[in-house]
Design a protein around this ligand. Structure first.
Ligand code: PEP
Ligand code: MG
Length: 875
């Protein structure tokens, strides 16, 4: 029989796969001798068995749980049935990857009408006992019976108001008893069932509910968002309860060993006196900073500091620790590597290396490559900020960044508005896991309640979305959709600007600009360049993009697309003359004018990139993209070109294609209009010559022919282009060392790579087209249904974003092998979107490609991914 249940003392931190992150770390803390309430973990495998077997609980599993329950009773000296020593348990989910708040938890399990009385007697505190019971009824009702918590909360709110009670902890025992009666009545009214009085029945039902919560809507959504596989399952942690709600010398809190927003090496956290864990995360009461604990319970504070230091050293990373104090005794309930902003991630990585806790390699591996984008977030322009009207400056800087958008008060509206192209800011009193869909699409999140560890703050930091939390000056009415603030009111749709770095809010749209890079970022980038084997180039052709890429130290240009250069009005007209005219002379003249423009274009590229490598791709899109389609435009162009409308329309009709993506484009254009590519090659060579003459810059252009699928295409074009270039060089008495290569964008090109390689100096995989052509998915339309494919598990991920290893990846592997059998040193790169995707970069690195090329802002992501891949491949 496979073991499905593990005592904490049987596990360790390496067992995340089966014990989940929480279970593995509880086990590790137990091993370290830290004060963890005893318990056991039901494995993720048990969860998957349960879900795959029609949600049925096997008798074996039941027996195994019973056995561990008995052991826990023996070692703790407590039991569900012992009036002197009642055993109460917490039941918590915990998957391999942390999914904060996405799955379910039940606390105080084991209480019933009888046990609550025993607990009151043991603790000599009736109010405490009934407070625990009403919490159990609410959580159990929500998690196991699916009774919406609003039923309980609305009643509680109403009851407190009616009786003039401000905070929950002021409720008397008698009042709590009345609340318990009503809560039990809600079970009958809504579910027509009693709350189960048998603690064992409660336990099994709670375990089943936690298993099932793996597949609740928000958990599935969260996994999709963070690329977490759906077949991992969640473990269930069953642990003896300790009570943070047992009076003024008890409490519960969350702390990070370093500041998760800034990375500052200082304990950072919050706690609530006389409260249970869920109160802190839910953000209902605003907690106190952990430093206050130093004054109120100095011994507990010192112990906590010591333990948190130990944990950070042990895990060699910043820890996020949950703790409970029960009558001045400290317990640890969870530790995990803390979620952090990109800004703090870089600072912490560099600090840990400097403190000798981590090697550079370990520090790089700890970074989420994609999160670098957050560091490059825009910031508000200082002068614009000085003029802006302040809404409030008392909010907490919960997740850095700056953003503007229209106010929405609920997740559904936020989603709807974003779908219609608006930018939104989600404003709520507090957020809950149900809001995740709206939070993801929002530019920023603002709440009036909750602290730095509230749901809104944690989730926003995880997503890299800017967030201001606990802005108490805002009176938010989510129902009437109004915000009152000290100097006015705002309503749904009004634009606000949010500064998550300092917690400030402004009326209207404040202008944004790019943020400065910081020192830690520079340090990490320097390490990645020492470690990465792959070169990282950029896809860029405008000077400003090229400058951005150079600032990120891209080693060159992997793809300069030339088509956009034809779209400026004065060029478009010439291009149209070339395409549409039936006079040879007109066409020749048009091309000569375009040539002079192109020479300037390439001079601009070359003078910016100087002697770094540069791949220039010859014209790629179908010609119809250059001609007008609407009748009035055709009439206007006819006039401009001095042609008759019907003649022009006829010519345009001839260019029309049913499947333009499979049409007359790429090198096919040059088979029918070789003069186009010859003109471009000439422009490249002439500008390289003038770079040399005017600026003494040695440009070595790599000229790239797109969409080749047949050897003959390349042979014919190569012959024409090289002889044209050679004649220019002879005429100018110049030498330019140029190379001529091809893009590999068609499955056929991969399969005949051993033939193509004979006519090419280099290959570059155009994975956008290669993916499109391999799947037969139109890259411009497929987004509409690919999400459904991913949701149904037909595709693991969108293959336009992450390499499809089995199909597209296999074709690339074949091509590389075939090419390098003939030319072992053949230079091969990637210039499709996948060139900036970390997972794909690992694949390309394994294949031994020379470089990846991506948009300039992804260059840092690609460097980190390339360094991470080099580290992994060395192992
Ligand atoms: C590609 O197809 O991957 C590519 C880089 O070319 P484009 O996106 O311009 O078609
Ligand atoms: Mg392409």
């Amino acid at each position: 029989m496979t073991k499905r249940v593990y005592r904490f003392k049987e596990g360790n931190a390496e067992m995340k796969e089966i014990l989940g992150g929480k279970g593995a770390n509880l086990a590790e803390m137990t091993r370290l001798g830290l004060p963890v309430p005893d318990g056991f973990t039901i494995s993720t495998e048990a969860c998957m068995d349960y879900l795959n077997n029609g949600h049925s609980f096997t008798t074996e599993l039941k027996k195994e749980i019973e056995k561990y329950l008995e052991q826990l009773e023996v070692s703790s000296g407590k039991s569900f049935d012992d009036p002197e020593n009642i055993m109460l348990l917490s039941v918590r989910s915990g998957a391999k990857f942390s999914m904060p708040g996405m799955m379910d938890t039940v606390l105080n399990l084991g209480l019933n009408d009888e046990n609550v009385e025993h607990l009151a007697k043991i603790t000599n505190d009736e109010a405490f006992a009934y407070d625990c019971y009403r919490r159990l009824l609410q959580m159990f009702g929500d998690v196991v019976f699916g009774i919406d918590t609003s039923h309980f909360e609305n009643f509680l709110g109403f009851y407190k108001q009616k009786n003039g009670v401000l905070v929950d902890s002021d409720l008397t025992a008698e009042q709590l008893k009345e609340i318990v009666v009503e809560y039990k009545r809600l079970y009958l009214e809504i579910k027509k069932q009693e709350f189960p009085q048998d603690p064992r029945e409660q336990l099994f039902a709670a375990v089943e509910a936690v298993f099932s919560s793996w597949n609740n809507e928000r958990a599935i959504f969260y996994r999709q968002l963070h690329n977490i596989p759906h077949d991992l399952g969640t473990a269930v942690n069953i642990q003896l309860m300790v009570f943070g709600n047992s009076g003024e010398e008890s409490g519960t809190g969350v702390a990070f060993t370093r500041n998760p927003s800034t990375g500052e090496n200082k304990l950072f956290g919050e706690y609530l006196i006389n409260a249970q864990g869920e109160d802190v995360v839910a953000g209902i009461r605003t907690p106190q900073p952990i430093s206050n604990l130093h004054e109120t319970m100095p011994k507990v504070y010192d112990e906590f500091v010591e333990m948190s230091e130990l944990l950070e050293k042990h895990y060699k990373d910043m820890q996020d620790i949950e703790f409970t104090i029960e009558n001045k005794k400290l317990y640890l309930l969870q530790t995990r590597n803390g979620k952090r902003t990109a800004h703090s991630a870089f600072k912490i990585a560099v600090d840990l290396v400097n403190e000798g806790l981590k090697t550079k390699e370990e520090a790089i591996m700890s970074l989420d490559a994609q999160s670098v984008n957050q560091l490059l977030h825009p910031v508000f322009v200082e002068e614009a900020l000085a003029k802006a009207n302040v809404i409030s400056k008392v909010g907490l800087p919960a997740s850095p960044g700056s953003a503007t958008g229209r106010i929405c008060f609920d997740a559904a509206t936020a989603k709807e508005w974003v779908d219609r192209g608006e930018k939104v800011v989600l404003v709520r009193q507090e957020t809950s896991p149900e809001d995740i869909g709206g939070m993801v699409v929002s530019e920023a999140i603002v709440t009036s309640r909750g602290g730095m560890t509230s749901h809104a703050a944690v989730v926003a930091r995880g997503m890299g979305t800017c967030c201001v939390a606990g802005c108490s000056e805002l009176e938010i009415d989510e129902f009437l959709k109004v915000i009152k603030y000290p100097n006015g009111t705002l309503t749904e749709g009004d634009i606000i600007s949010v500064d998550g770095t300092n917690g400030d809010l402004y009326v209207g749209e404040v202008e944004l600009t790019l943020s400065e890079k910081n020192e830690d970022f520079e340090t990490v980038m320097a390490w990645t360049k020492e470690i990465a084997r792959l070169e990282v180039r950029m896809n860029a052709e405008t000077s400003s993009d090229i400058k951005t890429g150079i600032a990120f130290d891209a080693s060159g240009i992997g793809l300069a697309r030339t088509e956009h250069m034809f779209f400026a009005p004065e060029r478009l007209i010439e291009m149209r003359r070339f395409i549409l005219s039936d006079s040879t002379l007109t066409r020749k003249e048009a091309l000569e004018t375009i040539l002079s423009y192109q020479i300037e274009d390439f001079k601009s590229i070359f003078s910016t990139i100087e002697e770094k490598s540069v791949v220039v791709r010859l014209l790629d899109p179908p010609l119809h993209e250059f001609v007008p389609s609407k009748k009035e435009d055709v009439e206007r162009v006819a006039k401009e070109m001095d042609m008759k409308y019907p003649v022009l329309q006829q010519r345009i009709n001839e260019l029309h294609e049913v499947n333009p993506m499979l049409g007359h484009r790429g090198c096919r254009l040059a088979i029918t209009y070789p003069e186009l590519y010859l003109m471009q090659a000439e422009a490249i060579i002439r500008s390289a010559i003038s770079m040399k003459e005017e600026k003494n810059i040695d440009v070595n252009p790599e000229i790239m022919i797109p969409l080749v699928g047949m050897k003959g295409e390349l042979t014919v074009l190569k012959e024409k282009i090289t002889s044209h270039i050679e004649s220019i060089l002879q005429e100018e008495k110049a030498t330019i060392s140029y190379t001529l290569g091809t893009m590999i964008e068609l499955p056929r090109a991969c399969l005949i790579a051993d033939e193509l390689v004979k006519d090419a100096d280099f290959f570059s995989f155009g994975t956008n087209d290669l993916t499109q052509m391999t799947y037969g998915f139109s890259r411009d339309d497929a987004a509409k249904y690919i999400n459904q494919y991913v949701a149904d598990g037909i595709l693991p991920v969108d293959p336009f974003q992450t390499i499809d290893v089995d199909g597209v990846g296999e074709l690339i592997t074949v091509a590389v092998k075939k090419a390098r059998t003939i030319k072992p040193k053949m230079k091969i790169g990637v210039c499709g979107e996948l060139g900036g995707d970390p997972e794909s970069i690992l694949f390309f690195d394994k294949l031994g490609l020379d470089y990846v090329s991506c948009s300039p802002y992804r260059v840092p992501v690609a460097y980190i991914a390339a360094a991470q891949s080099a580290i992994q491949l060395k192992k």
